[in-house]
Design a protein around this ligand. Structure first.
Ligand code: ACO
Length: 327
């Protein structure tokens, strides 16, 4: 008789989120930006976004989201082995905003920021999953937190209408398992192509007062790569786990644009009731968009224990990534 091998798995133990109090509809935005509700909705599906007040820093929002996720998990902050904070808008160049969160939570272990733009949350999940699988740590918090309102050029109507602020967090619990069907992260697949760095970037640099650091985007080029790269990453994830598209209960894609999301859903043959969409409520919150969408769909009961979740994202870099998770 051969003993079945036990492996470590990273289970989703708690999910939390934070959205700034200031809710700005398209009509309200149109009072200060030369745009209209109709233009924004038709091209992106966005209806409103939350914009951070000065006190709602990256660390503040990340901490609130992590606190909610920890409370749901029942895991003590002292038992956390790592905090990985995905963000393109940290409060300072250093220390890492993740260490501010660690201090606020009273958490143990180590903490660092991860920069992979809109794919950041799935990258962070991949890193934490590897640390847990290897036995280096037992529990982790992965966070996506962004204050893009601080890096937008409010005179560029082509970009400033697309983004919002917020944070989402997931507490991962390492458990021993010998059963492939048990809950946990099944796989993550991460990619980047630095030759495409100039189609979506921030034009500032640390210490350059002449370059304030605003987001610059070639929207059409991003669109062209988004559907293709994310569809590939999805096929890769399913193939690696011998799963079919029909096995997926919910796809939670990065929430950049309704047309990109619909394009992927159509390519995969997923129905509307299998795709979580929050871009209408939150706009594009970059690394925060997937955990924010997850928190919404778990709170309203759409996503249930045992469901197979497919996370997929693409962002500046270009970076793109997918993850399959059994809840
Ligand atoms: N309100 C009104 N008019 C506008 C606005 C606005 N906010 N922004 C641009 N326009 C005008 C332009 O001036 C232009 O007018 P013109 O024809 O008279 O010159 C016209 O609308 C078309 O402008 P384009 O920039 O060509 O707009 P496009 O149709 O490409 O749509 C969009 C822009 C929605 C950004 C599109 O390119 C897109 O969906 N891109 C996908 C990328 C994306 O969503 N990125 C988000 C961040 S990246 C990420 O998270 C992966």
């Amino acid at each position: 008789m051969t003993a079945r091998m036990k492996t470590m798995r990273a289970q989703f133990a708690g999910v939390g989120s934070y959205l700034p109090e200031n809710l700005v509809t398209n009509d309200e935005l149109a009072k200060t930006v030369d745009t209209s509700d109709a233009w924004i909705r038709e091209r992106t599906g966005i209806r409103q976004r939350h914009l951070a007040a000065p006190h709602e820093t990256c660390a503040f929002m990340a901490t609130r989201a992590a606190e909610a996720a920890l409370a749901q998990s029942g895991i003590a902050a002292a038992d956390i082995g790592a905090i990985i904070l995905a963000t393109a808008t940290p409060d300072q160049a250093f220390p890492a905003t993740a260490t501010r969160v660690q201090a606020a939570l009273g958490a143990g272990g180590f903490a660092y920021d991860l920069s992979a733009a809109c794919a950041g949350f799935v990258y962070a999940l991949g890193m934490a999953d590897s640390l847990i699988r290897s036995g280096a740590i037992r529990n982790a918090i992965v966070i996506g937190a962004e204050v893009y309102s601080r890096i937008l050029d409010w005179n560029d109507r082509g970009t400033c209408v697309l983004f919002g602020d917020g944070a989402g967090a997931v507490v991962l619990r390492g458990v021993e398992s010998d059963d492939a069907a048990s809950p946990g992260v099944l796989s993550t697949h991460l990619h980047s192509d630095g030759s495409l760095g100039d189609i979506l970037y921030v034009n500032g640099a640390v210490g350059r007062r002449d370059l304030p650091g605003h987001l610059v985007m070639n929207g059409r080029e991003v669109f062209r790569h988004a559907v293709a790269r994310m569809s590939e990453a999805i096929d890769e994830a399913l193939a690696a786990n011998n799963l079919a598209r029909t096995d997926v209960d919910w796809m939670i894609p990065h929430q950049a644009n309704r047309r990109i999301i619909d394009g992927i859903g159509k390519k995969l043959g997923l129905g509307e009731n299998q795709v979580v969409i929050t871009v209408d409520q939150h706009a594009n919150t970059s690394a925060a968009s997937i955990p924010l969408a997850l928190a919404v769909a778990m709170a309203d009961g759409r996503i249930k224990p045992g469901n197979l979740l497919l996370l997929v994202a693409l962002g500046g870099g270009l970076t793109w990534a997918s993850a399959l998770v059994r809840l």
